[in-house]
Design a protein around this ligand. Structure first.
Ligand SMILES: Cc1cc2nc3c(=O)[nH]c(=O)nc-3n(C[C@H](O)[C@H](O)[C@H](O)COP(=O)(O)OP(=O)(O)OC[C@H]3O[C@@H](n4cnc5c(N)ncnc54)[C@H](O)[C@@H]3O)c2cc1C
Length: 521
């Protein structure tokens, strides 16, 4: 029993630190066993009172709903305390031609997706209806700035799938209160000053500027992009992936609504620029707007000009003049491995590629969930769990890179060096090129995803491919399976159109559902 893994120490109190603490403690803390001696399990989080969090992330996946439910928080409290709103997907403007083109990647998979692949049948009507409109009612819900549920729909349930837009600073505060008040997490406000190792190389304890040494069995590095434990102490390098994805800088601003009646968007708006893209997120009380760009292709002052032009066009000249802009730089990439000895990195310390498709917080959720589920019983099996963890997450980072890169290579834009370079063969991962070669002749389907817990389902690839006008050269009448489902497909297209009409009539706008966040106004 001497080497049981019972004492977990998290360094860092950003969203990664507090979300990890909540997920792991919710699984292992037993409120009946109030004393550490009884339960054995202890989770302590050390957070610097001086070093700020990155505090930019404002979008989540739908997975956050089940995470919040599992850690035991009320969705209404979450909405009110974190300035949260609904995110039903992303609308991409100007990515295909740069001429006001638009497509949506909604969070709801195509109608009856588990049984019928509508994509081959849509090829026959592609000139008449956009892919997402044909197969899923959510694009029309999004176009009308409607909520994904009614006021009577229970917490976490929905009519169409959703995640959240939120204020990450408030989210970390919310999670801190929940962790310390309900989940037995010990919060230490202190600066880490040293990492103390034993002969084997394992970390034994952390020294801080205010407390005696804090010892543990497993140390979670949530210290942000400096990766103080995994990077600085263990020297596990960051593997840059800038060969594939070029963005490495961001300019972030908060923009007020012009009037209290301005619509709150139901999705993230992503508008392509000359060397990057602008995100636009609608929170209940303000918008979060930012430009993520590649500094090799555009100078900061020009990127800033593009951002200010966007703010002026969407919120007025005064908002652009008043905007206070924060500059953030990052090296797109991830650690060579994430779990080394008795230390595992989660959040920015593990890596960051770029905000497109908001894959950062979902990786935090998945990492913490795997640690919670497979918490090594003792030090001997920890290396095996670590090996599994590293394999799984290296695979996931590769899939994220494939999916993000897909957004860039289908463009017809050739108006800047950035878009031209993005389409060069040398910048496309082989794994993605193989998929594209296959998809020229067959549409994506469940067979294209090899793992049961794949991050991006084949439906997501369909939305991006056909949203960007990709051509799959198939004649649905030539394949027996497609001929057999042709009639079913037509009925499903009709059902989808009817469902879209019903939802448009029944769902309130995001503003009308303001009771959810009324405490914040
Ligand atoms: C431009 C941009 C946009 C983004 N948008 C999204 C998005 O829409 N969706 C999404 O999912 N993600 C997004 N992200 C990523 C997201 O912001 C982060 O993944 C998330 O906030 C988690 O950050 P973190 O907790 O790992 O790091 P941080 O927020 O940097 O936290 C680090 C913590 O470590 C502490 N610390 C540091 N040094 C010490 C020390 N010596 N002693 C004690 N404590 C210490 C700090 O005080 C802090 O509490 C975005 C990132 C960027 C750059």
């Amino acid at each position: 029993m001497g080497d049981r893994v019972n004492r977990i120490v998290i360094v860092g109190g950003g969203t990664a630190g507090w979300l990890s603490a909540a997920i792991i403690a919710a699984e292992h803390y037993n409120p009946q066993n109030q004393s550490a001696a009884e339960s054995g399990f202890q989770l302590c989080l050390i957070e610097s009172p001086d070093i700020p969090t990155i505090g930019v992330g404002e979008g989540t996946w739908p997975s956050m709903r089940s995470t919040l439910q599992k850690i035991g928080v009320s969705e209404t409290d979450f909405f009110r305390e974190c300035s949260a709103s609904f995110k039903q997907g992303t609308q991409f403007w100007g990515w295909s031609t740069g001429n006001d083109d638009c497509y949506v990647h909604p969070f709801t998979v195509p109608h009856k997706y588990s049984d019928t692949n509508l994509a081959p049948h849509w090829q026959n009507v592609r000139d008449q209806v956009k892919f997402a409109d044909a197969v899923c009612p959510q694009s029309q819900v999004i176009d009308n700035q409607l909520a994904p549920k009614q006021i009577t729909t229970p917490e976490y349930a929905f009519n169409v799938n959703y995640g959240y837009h939120l204020d990450v600073g408030k989210f970390a505060d919310f999670l801190r209160r929940h962790c310390t008040e309900k989940l037995g997490v010990v919060h230490i406000s202190a600066n880490m000053t040293a990492i103390n190792a034993i002969d084997t190389g394992d970390i034994a304890s952390i020294s801080t500027d205010t407390q005696s040494d804090i010892s543990g069995d497993l140390f979670i590095d949530c210290s942000g992009s400096r990766a103080l434990l995994l990077g600085e102490h263990f020297k596990i390098p960051l593997v840059s992936r800038n060969k594939y994805l070029f963005n490495n800088s961001a300019l972030a601003a908060q923009v007020p609504y012009q009037t209290a009646e301005d619509p709150i968007q139901s999705c993230t708006l992503s508008t392509a620029q000359s060397a990057g893209w602008i995100w636009d997120i609608g929170l209940p009380t303000r918008r979060g707007v930012g430009h993520v760009y590649a500094s090799d292709y555009i100078a900061e002052q020009d990127a800033k000009k593009e951002l200010l032009n966007y703010i002026a066009a969407t919120a007025g000249e005064q908002a652009a003049a008043d905007a206070s802009i924060r500059n953030i730089t990052f090296d797109p990439g991830h650690r060579e491995k994430f779990w080394h000895r008795n230390c595992v990195a989660i959040g920015m310390s593990a890596g960051f590629i770029e905000p497109l498709e908001v894959s950062a917080l979902v990786l935090v959720e998945l990492s913490a969930a795997m640690i919670a589920e497979q918490l090594p019983a003792n030090r001997q099996v920890m290396d095996l769990v670590a090996k599994r963890f590293n394999q799984k997450f290296l695979y996931r980072w590769d899939r994220i890179i494939d999916f993000l890169k897909l957004h860039y290579i289908l463009t017809k834009r050739r108006d800047s060096e950035y878009w031209r370079a993005n389409c060069e063969a040398s910048s496309i991962p082989d794994s993605l090129q193989d998929l594209l070669d296959i998809w020229q002749y067959q549409v994506p389907w469940h067979r294209d995803t090899t793992q049961i817990d794949e991050m991006f389902p084949s439906a997501s690839f369909q939305y991006v491919l056909y949203g960007m006008d990709f051509t799959t050269e198939i004649n649905p009448l030539q394949r027996r399976a497609d001929r057999a489902t042709a009639e079913v497909a037509m009925a499903l297209f009709n059902e989808n159109a009817q469902r879209a009409g019903q939802l448009k009539a029944a769902l309130p706008t995001n503003r009308e559902l303001k009771i959810l966040w009324s405490d914040n106004e």
